[in-house]
Design a protein around this ligand. Structure first.
Ligand SMILES: *[C@@H]1O[C@H](CO)[C@@H](O)[C@H](O)[C@H]1NC(C)=O
Ligand SMILES: *[C@@H]1O[C@H](CO)[C@@H](O)[C@H](O)[C@H]1NC(C)=O
Ligand SMILES: *[C@@H]1O[C@H](CO)[C@@H](O)[C@H](O)[C@H]1NC(C)=O
Length: 450
């Protein structure tokens, strides 16, 4: 009874907790549980950059921003467009005429992902929704003449996937931003007139469950008013109980403050981080946005995607895999094939991934080949083999067995014969002929081990 009272008290104090606009307070917020359980998400980079679809989603910056500009892009524009053609003139060609949100959401669902994150606004400043603060530079006033963010939201949610939005804080060429920058970020005109009203509007309108913040690094979080925004998000917004955020909220925040940590793009820690994290990576190794000059060899193949995902989850991370749709609204079939392959693997082996927890040991390589990765659910431990074993036995040195230990592989409930290695730990498992695996990875399920 006392315990019950204490628990109720804890619950009440937790729901009543309010966050203050400082990092000590905001960083102490527990991550809503859906996020850690989900493990796998799909990232979608789509915008005006999908029209030139050449180089990467940084096209505009690499063509006209950075010094010196990318000579390949300059020469491409010179050869293919009239003199004086501006980036903004690409927008009307962002037709999205084949965009079928239901079809996209079916593909995302089939990938086994549990959440989807769409670029609501990338660094170019173009919003994929009718932002009242982005006049004529949004997907309803021009281009598709369509609420891309909202249409995908409905399709994704009707398939029970969580929906997140990517938002770039900075905008490469926004005059208000450039003026603040010139003032050494002592003025906040861009933040108060554009960024914050737009962000509040976006949250209230679409109720995302994840905000993937980016483009923060040029200015401190005090310029972006990040702590004030997050305090509102966590205390008073319509998504205060479910919202998850990342760590890109100002120079120096990455890997330090916010919700979960992205650290850097494609972050790959060597050992178990102390804080919940996410690896974002892209099927096209060289771009997040679609690019027509992509080659087959530039793509991650399915086994490397599965290996990368397994390693990430074993080390406590979530895996956010990116695809870039075309300006017509097509998810290129090669990307679709990778996503469906991932889903086919997860159909059989998802038990070792979803809602799993890092084990006391995350990897071992006693077989001398590729490492074996571990995940766990209590006393059930999953040993994930990311290459086909060359022998008919496999030796695992770390698990401590007992007389009740049972070994199977996912996809087949038949118990496999095993014997202990040493007096305190380790086991040798006699493997059957392993079936075909779309990701060339197999999962041994060890019940009642420590
Ligand atoms: C942050 O907010 C908390 C809670 O209101 C407060 O106790 C603490 O002193 C603040 N920390 C800083 C560094 O301002
Ligand atoms: C932004 O932060 C400043 C303090 O740094 C505060 O005075 C102002 O009210 C904040 N604005 C918003 C819209 O949160
Ligand atoms: C594999 O094992 C060897 C020898 O124990 C060790 O030096 C090496 O770091 C291990 N590699 C990995 C990836 O764990």
């Amino acid at each position: 009874m006392l315990l019950l009272l204490l628990c109720t008290a804890a619950l009440v104090s937790q729901t009543a907790a309010r966050y203050t606009a400082n990092w000590t307070s905001l960083d102490a917020r527990p991550l809503p549980p859906w996020y850690d359980q989900a493990k796998v998400g799909i990232f979608v980079h789509w915008g005006v950059f999908s029209v030139p679809s050449f180089g990467s989603e940084w096209f505009w910056w690499n063509w006209q921003g950075r010094q010196p500009p990318d000579a390949k892009l300059v020469s491409y524009m010179r050869s293919n467009y009239p003199p004086g053609f501006s980036y903004a003139e690409f927008a009307p060609q962002f037709h999205a005429q084949f965009f079928d949100p239901a079809e996209w959401a079916d593909i995302f669902k089939a990938s086994g992902a549990k959440y989807v994150v769409l670029t609501a606004k990338h660094h170019e400043g173009f919003t994929n929704w009718a932002s009242p603060y982005s006049w004529n530079w949004n997907s309803v006033d021009t281009g598709p003449h369509r609420d891309l963010v909202g249409d995908l939201a409905d399709a994704v949610r009707s398939r029970s996937l969580h929906y997140g939005l990517y938002n770039s804080l900075y905008e490469w060429f926004n005059p208000l931003y450039l003026a603040d920058k010139k003032n050494g970020f002592k003025t906040q005109t861009f933040v108060t007139q554009k960024l914050l009203p737009e962000l509040y509007n976006m949250v209230v309108r679409y109720k995302p469950e994840l905000i993937w913040s980016d483009g923060d690094w040029e200015a401190p979080d005090t310029y972006w008013n990040s702590t004030q925004f997050l305090a509102w998000l966590y205390n008073d917004s319509p998504v205060k109980d479910t919202i998850v955020t990342n760590d890109r909220w100002g120079a120096g925040c990455s890997c330090k403050h916010g919700g979960y940590f992205n650290c850097e793009d494609k972050y790959t820690p060597g050992e178990l981080p102390k804080h919940k994290w996410e690896k974002c990576t892209s099927v096209d190794k060289y771009s997040w946005g679609y690019r027509r000059n992509m080659r087959m060899i530039d793509l991650m193949d399915l086994p490397s995607i599965i290996k990368d995902m397994v390693r990430t989850v074993a080390l406590g991370g979530n895996y956010l895999l990116n695809v870039g749709p075309t300006a017509d609204g097509i998810i290129p079939p090669l990307f679709e094939e990778r996503l469906r392959g991932l889903g086919a693997w997860l159909d059989v082996n998802g038990e070792a991934i979803y809602a799993s927890q890092p084990w006391r040991v995350q990897t071992e390589n006693s077989t001398g080949q590729q490492p074996i990765w571990y995940t766990s659910k209590g006393t059930t431990v999953y040993a994930i083999l990311v290459t086909k074993p060359s022998e008919t036995i496999i030796k695992l040195l770390v698990p401590k067995t007992s007389t009740t230990t049972k070994v199977t592989y996912l996809g087949n409930p038949k118990a496999l014969p095993w014997s202990p290695v040493g007096p305190s730990s380790g086991l040798i498992v006699l493997l059957p002929q392993l079936p075909y695996s779309p990701g060339e990875a197999w999962v041994l399920k060890l019940e009642n081990v420590h």
